[in-house]
Ligand binder design. Structure first.
Ligand SMILES: C[S@@+](CC[C@H](N)C(=O)[O-])C[C@H]1O[C@@H](n2cnc3c(N)ncnc32)[C@H](O)[C@@H]1O
Length: 240
């Protein structure tokens, strides 16, 4: 996938030939396990490279991500599912350590298999709901960055992300262009309640006209108030 790799490098992803082989292997495992676990609707190789791997790499264009990546730190992938964006990011940014969290046991087991198969030393997988992890001593307030794709509306996602972040940490929400408008306003309101502030949105396009994407960035300006996250299920039933 020469052109996909070129686009990643143009965005600033430090991707080597070995990493390309690891992405390829990850794609094979996704396609193979998909038959049993129904992990993704996308199994055709080029579409997978563009809609999963290139989309994940879009974050390289955000200056705040590049700063975190340069100094090293801890990243949580919220609702990682089969490992997107966490696995492609962990393959390409070896100096960051990743926790991939999901409420589905079978998806976490798949991620554990991928981590073993690829020999990724910088990833651990956690089977939990974010509402519970956000209250766990040792996990709460311990991350430099949170990433999330296709999990929930942004006002819900921020209630999962803010408790996990150190002061000064960032949340990076992968969204479609429809984010711009009502969802953006709701997210800004929720962010204020949670001690976070919107820091901007970047927009990009996938190759082969596979779609427009945005990443919304939030900075944790102060520690998240102790009453958040609320108990499991409440953030999505009664979004902030
Ligand atoms: C549509 S999948 C997206 C997976 C992946 N991020 C992607 O982009 O392909 C949403 C995932 O979020 C997980 N999820 C939803 N709410 C969650 C919560 N409160 N805590 C942990 N995981 C959650 C689900 O189990 C599911 O695997």
């Amino acid at each position: 996938m020469r052109d996909v790799m070129e686009q990643m490098r143009a965005w600033g992803v430090p991707v080597t030939d070995e990493m390309e082989r690891q992405l390829e292997r990850y794609g094979e495992l996704l396609a193979e396990w998909n038959e049993r676990l129904n992990l993704t609707a996308i199994v055709e190789s080029r579409e997978m490279w563009i809609k999963h791997f290139l989309d994940s790499a879009g974050i390289a264009q955000v200056p705040a991500w590049r700063e975190i990546a340069a100094r090293g730190g801890r990243v949580i992938d919220i609702g990682s599912g089969a490992g997107i964006p966490g696995i492609p990011l962990a393959i390409t940014w070896r100096n960051l350590s990743f926790v991939l969290c999901d409420a589905s046991r079978k998806r976490v087991q798949f991620v554990e298999h991928v981590v073993g198969d690829l020999g990724l030393a910088n990833v651990s997988a956690v089977h939990a709901r974010m509402e519970d992890l956000g209250r766990a001593p040792g996990a709460r307030g311990s991350f430099d960055a949170a990433v999330a794709r296709a999990v929930a509306r942004s006002n819900v996602l921020l209630e999962y992300a803010a408790p996990m972040l150190k002061t000064g940490g960032r949340a990076f929400l992968y969204k479609g262009p429809s984010y711009l408008g009502a969802e953006e306003e709701d997210a800004a309101r929720a962010a204020r309640v949670l001690g976070a502030r919107p820091e901007g949105v970047i927009a990009y396009q996938l190759l082969d006209e596979q779609g427009d994407r945005v990443i919304a960035v939030f900075r944790q300006a102060e520690p998240c108030p102790k009453r958040y996250p609320r108990k499991a299920g409440t953030p999505s039933r009664q979004p902030l």
